[in-house]
Design a protein around this ligand. Structure first.
Ligand code: NAD
Length: 295
């Protein structure tokens, strides 16, 4: 029989991930601040738990998919926290985009219990979560990664489930990916808007970029979903994108590396968040440039 999986955080990402775990046959114990987010899972046989502690004590493997490091820390610690419910030697995989520091205290104080803690953040948007095609970056011990591989394969693309280093390496890889992708977004919006203001046709300019060495996934794929469908990806809130940019800059500071461009990109994202609201899609900064052009 398959291990029981406890899953905490049934939002844009967690809802798709749990649906795929359930479809693969894993018994689930779930919780979220909003019980209605679990309705479909409960109808499919999942069990509801009212606290993270209850989730952990009823499952073999706990997975968290929460907005920010603060939420991860809150769910992990305290009398009702998941650590209190984990059996000695129990496994917890945090798939949120977070940082290792949030668990430093817990990891230090719990070493005697032999807990297996991994970070495994993802890429692939809410669509990838729904389709079971996430890219997964795992930080942890090789034996745990091997043991958990079937669980990851139920949520991700088998070709793109990567063991990237020890605990914390997954978070770092994920933050670097988002930092570069968001940098592409701002750079692309900037050149497209200047080109259009200079009189070049937007479609012509985009096609030229796609055929050039300056092409990127943002130019070839994401610009099209904005132009063709007005889709700024509301499945990923800009408030969370700003969180990622802040964490990425904190990481750079903590290792003493200068990141001038990252700070500029963060400013553009923060301006878009202030203008269009926390829940706007993470590609909404493009609208700042559209507004300037009056398009
Ligand atoms: P979300 O806000 O849609 O979902 C988070 C869920 O966590 C919500 O349902 C919320 O109710 C729940 N939650 C918060 N605090 C809780 C608590 N104390 N106990 C129980 N449940 C709690 O966020 P999301 O878009 O699903 O993102 C989750 C994580 O994945 C974030 O770290 C995000 O940066 C990352 N991520 C998101 C995407 C995306 O496209 N949305 C892609 C890759 C990575």
């Amino acid at each position: 029989t398959l291990p029981t999986i406890g899953f905490i955080g049934l939002g844009n990402m967690g809802s798709g991930m749990t649906k795929n775990l359930q479809a693969a046959g894993y018994p689930l114990v779930v919780t979220d601040l909003r019980r209605e987010s679990a309705e479909a899972l409960l109808a499919g046989g999942a069990q509801w738990a009212s606290t993270p502690r209850e989730v952990a004590s009823a499952s073999d493997i706990v997975i968290t998919m929460l907005p920010t490091p603060k939420h991860v820390g809150a769910v992990a610690s305290g009398a009702d926290g998941l650590i209190a419910g984990l059996a000695d030697g129990g496994t917890w995989v945090d798939m949120s985009t977070s940082v290792p520091e949030v668990l430093d205290g817990i990891r230090r104080s719990e070493t005697h219990r032999g807990l297996r803690i991994l970070d495994a953040p993802v890429s692939g948007m809410s669509v990838g979560a729904a389709n079971g095609m996430l890219q997964i970056f795992i930080g942890g011990e090789a034996e745990d990664v091997a043991r958990l591989r079937p669980v990851f394969e139920a949520m991700g693309d088998p070709e793109r489930i990567l063991h990237v280093g020890g605990y914390g390496a997954g978070y770092a890889v994920k933050l670097m990916i988002n930092q570069l992708w968001f940098s592409h977004l701002v750079a692309t919006a900037e050149v497209l808007s200047v080109g259009v203001a200079a009189g070049v046709d937007l479609g012509v300019l985009r096609d030229a970029l796609v055929a050039s060495p300056a092409n990127s996934t943002f130019v070839s794929r994401d610009v099209l979903s904005i132009l063709d469908h007005g889709d700024y990806d509301e499945g990923f809130a800009i408030a969370l994108a700003c969180k990622d940019l802040g964490l990425s800059i904190d990481l750079a500071r903590s290792v003493g590396m200068p990141v001038e461009l990252s700070s500029l990109v963060e400013q553009v994202f923060r301006r878009a968040r202030a203008q269009y609201g926390d829940r706007a899609g993470e590609m909404t900064p493009v609208r700042l440039y559209e507004d300037l052009l009056g398009t």
